[in-house]
Each structure stands twice: as C-alpha cells, then as structure tokens.
Design a protein around this ligand. Structure first.
Ligand code: GRF
Length: 200
C-alpha cells in the first residue's frame, strides 16, 4: 500500500474527504502524515481526530530551504510515496520538486491553464466565465503548470453568487482528489510530456 502525505495550510476539507474515502474503503492507501505550515489550520484538528500523525512546521523566521528540509525529513521518516498538496499555500522550491519528481500532486480551483494563482474561483467568477471547475495536476517547477491528471467541470448558473459557485466547486474538489490519488496508487498514471495517460 502506498504511503501518502497531505500538506495543508487551512481548513482541510479536502483532507477530510481523503480521510473519509479511506475510512469507507473507497481509497486504498495509507495516509501516513499530515503537515501544516499554519499552527491554527483546522486540518490539523481533523488529522488528530482521525489519529493521523500531524505536524506543524512553521515557515516564519527560517529560509524556504530550511523549512522544506524539515518537511522532507518527515516525509522520509514516513516513507512517503506521494505528496498531496491540499490547500497548501506555499510555493515549493525546485529542490523539493526534484526530490519528489512526479510524486507531488496539487488541486487548483479553476480549469487550468486558465486562472493560475491563489484565487481560482474568484478569477473565474470575475472574468464572467460560463464554466469553471477544478484541476488535479502533477507539480512541476512552474506555478500551476504541471501535467493534468483530471479536471471536473462546474457550469455557472444564472442565479449563482460567488459563494454558491465556490460551494459547488468545493464539492467537486472533494470527489476529484480521492479519484486522482486512487489512480496514482493503482499505478495507472503515466506522464508523457504534457499528457498524463490514464490506463484502464
Ligand atoms: C481549495 O479550494 C483548493 O482548491 C485551494 O485551497 C482550497 C483548500 O480548501 N488550493 P480546504 O483547506 O481543503 O478546505
């Protein structure tokens, strides 16, 4: 069984969905460790409730490299095969990305390559798009540029507010992440250039 680590910075609803899918037997992997760069991230509470080892690694007052070194030590300790970025609001250095090459995945709340950056829902909304959604992708050295594993589409409705659009989007995220992790853990993803081939 593959060991996975989930990195978070906040509320951790995606983390919760991963926990729930594992508990329900729908996702077969070992959620070995949760790491947050924010002490008050509610995701840490979720991890503790689920009895998953959880670490707060502060990024303040140390270099990016030092911070990542501490994280990588933990990942090694738990023999992590896959690093899942679930609302982790820090950019990884090329060193980290090379260390876990093709073994880091991220969720982005927009249909990439549209609207990279920190406010995928807001940017989709402000642009006046008729569809939004989310993207799960491998992490490469660019910002939200890595090969795409899967996308979920969230059409905008006439009576939507940004809030209602986001709420539906988050529900889709909660399906998308376990789906992508499952594909990875089953060894069904193969990166060929920009394309991710998904085998049956
Ligand atoms: C999600 O919208 C994710 O796409 C974005 O940050 C949010 C995290 O939500 N990167 P949560 O912490 O999983 O609730």
């Amino acid at each position: 069984m593959k060991n996975i680590a989930v990195l978070i910075s906040g509320h951790g609803t995606n983390l919760q969905s991963i926990i729930d899918h594992i508990k329900a037997g729908k996702l077969k992997c070992n959620l070995a460790v949760v790491i947050s760069n924010k002490e008050d991230a509610y995701g840490l509470v979720r991890a503790k409730k689920a009895k998953i080892p959880a670490y707060f690694i502060d990024h303040k007052d140390i270099s990016r490299e030092e911070h990542e070194k501490k994280i990588i030590e933990i990942l090694k300790k738990y023999k992590v095969d896959l690093v899942v970025l679930a609302g982790y609001m820090r950019i990884l250095t090329p060193h980290f990305i090379r260390e876990y090459k093709n073994r880091i995945i991220n969720i982005h709340p927009a249909l990439l390559p549209s609207f990279p950056g920190t406010d995928g829902y807001g940017d989709t909304w402000k642009y006046g798009c008729k569809v939004g959604g989310c993207t799960i992708h491998f992490v490469d050295e660019g910002i939200d540029t890595g090969p795409i594993i899967l996308q979920k589409i969230n059409p905008l409705r006439e009576n939507d507010t940004l809030e209602s659009f986001k709420k539906r989007g988050l529900k889709l995220e909660h399906q998308a992440f376990p789906e992508a992790i499952k594909l990875f853990c089953e060894g069904r993803l193969k990166i060929e250039g920009r394309k991710v081939r998904v085998s049956k």
